[in-house]
Write a protein that binds this ligand. Sequence first.
Ligand code: ADP
Length: 579
Amino acid sequence: MTSTRLPVADRRDVRRATWRLLSGDRRALTTVLALYCAAAAAGLAGPWIVGRIIDQVESGTTTSTIDVLAATACAFVITQVLFTRAARYAGHRFGERALARLRERFLDDVLDLPVATVEHAGTGDLMTRASSDVATVGNSARDALPEIFLGFVQMVFIAGALFVLDPILGLCALISLPALTLVTRWYLRRARDAYLAEGAANTELAEDLAATAEGARTVEILRMRAGRITGNDERIGAAFATRVRTLWLRSVLFPSIDIAHTLPVAATLLIGGALYLNDQVSLGTVAAATLYLWQLVEPINAVVMWIEALQAGSAAFARIEGVGKVPPATPPSGRVPHGDLLDIDDVHYAYHAGHDVLRGVSLSVRPGERLAIVGPSGAGKSTLGRLLAGIDAPSAGRITIGGVDATDLDATELRRRVALVTQDHHIFLGTLRDNLALAAPDADDARMFTALEAVGATWPADLPAGLDTMLGSGGMQPDASQSQQLALARLVLADPHTLILDEATSMLDPRAARDAERSLAAVLEGRTVIAIAHRLHTAHDADRVAVMENGVVTELGSHDELAAAGGTYASLWRSWHGG
Ligand code: ADP
């Protein structure tokens, strides 16, 4: 099956979703903001006080004044540490809560996905989004976002303080900002692809080496040595080239950041010195401005470093949001079926455009009828079953239940009417009762046991903990036939009007299968049953048999009629019965 990837949200949607996530908890966000601002403001006191001390010393003062100033500076440093700690704590809590909301919404989106979409996309894509993408967004929300945020707040506060101190010195602080922005953007635009290429080249090299080592004998016997060495050299060359590229990117970024830090300091000392000589600023002001500039180093570094992580986070977020962009299979029309007549009218279906798997199937199934569908493997029987259960819509033609298209019914209505049981069914981690209650949440124990008995499952009665026995890893592991019985028991509990059994008893041994089908038939008296059968006794017991070959129904009639007609069914029956 070709996988059609799930959609990815665009930038605008990601921005909107980010805002929704952040503003979902406004009070907490305001608290975090206020704490960060308080921390940044407290951090401003140190350099300013040092500047004042210098000025005081210059103009001659007492040691006790200096002591008071120094003690005040210490107090502010401690205050800053406390505020920063409180801000980080509140920020992390906020991040975790936002992440929890994101997870819940993601889960809702996943559960709303049309089954066919999940099947076409493959579960791998969804699993990656649910696990590593959510984790990446989590890291961003927990670490990158608060750090960048703190960095920005500090930068704004420090820049503001510089301007208040002296506007000209404030301007000096900004001189490297344009260049720094340009270099950072230049780097970020290339970094992602370069690092991805480096990772990919290393993976290829490692795989190539491993393949040569594992197949050493084959390499020797087939005299492939020279070829393998050349191939390896090429891969090493490719890996080397990608490595050089990432090194080159860093060799531009890091020195630029260093220069960006020193340039304003040099400018401030130079210009501040000139202003001091002209008596336009005090020595303390120049010193304070220089200290502020050194304080800028840390937030700038943090912002540059974490922006890359934030980019990865936003890519992952786009993939998570993308899941919510899948349109619902078909918006339910709200129409209510009249009766349970199942009508298949000239249905076509293709998994890949141009290759019809169903090529014009028409069939009416009366309520209460037992229809068996038989035919060679690959004829399209299971595909028809999926369409009947409303999982996929026909490419052409209609499937109606009581006059309403199967895919037009809303999910609960559809499940009440039609249920599909196939060979693969899942046992959910939980008790036997949990597993059965999926189908009928309000069923009592007696009903559950009756359902189990109806499908020939006697083993639950012997379980020491009965319906409270844990199933799945760590608990009782039902074997294939027990799992199948559970799936059938669920079906009995769900009690739909129409059930489609796609080799639903294939895991049971022939006798047990026949018993299960018979007892099911008794319980489901009056229900429509469409059984896709690989064992012909199912067909023998049915009211009518449809033979499917190559995407069309070629024979339709009762077992006796078809067996007598001498067609495909007759020969199938002869070989099955006689063989
Ligand atoms: P049957 O149940 O009669 O054995 P199926 O309905 O399973 O037949 O398959 C009919 C045809 O559709 C086969 O050629 C099969 O290869 C193809 N097919 C079945 N499932 C898929 C799928 N998920 N993607 C693509 N082709 C499929």
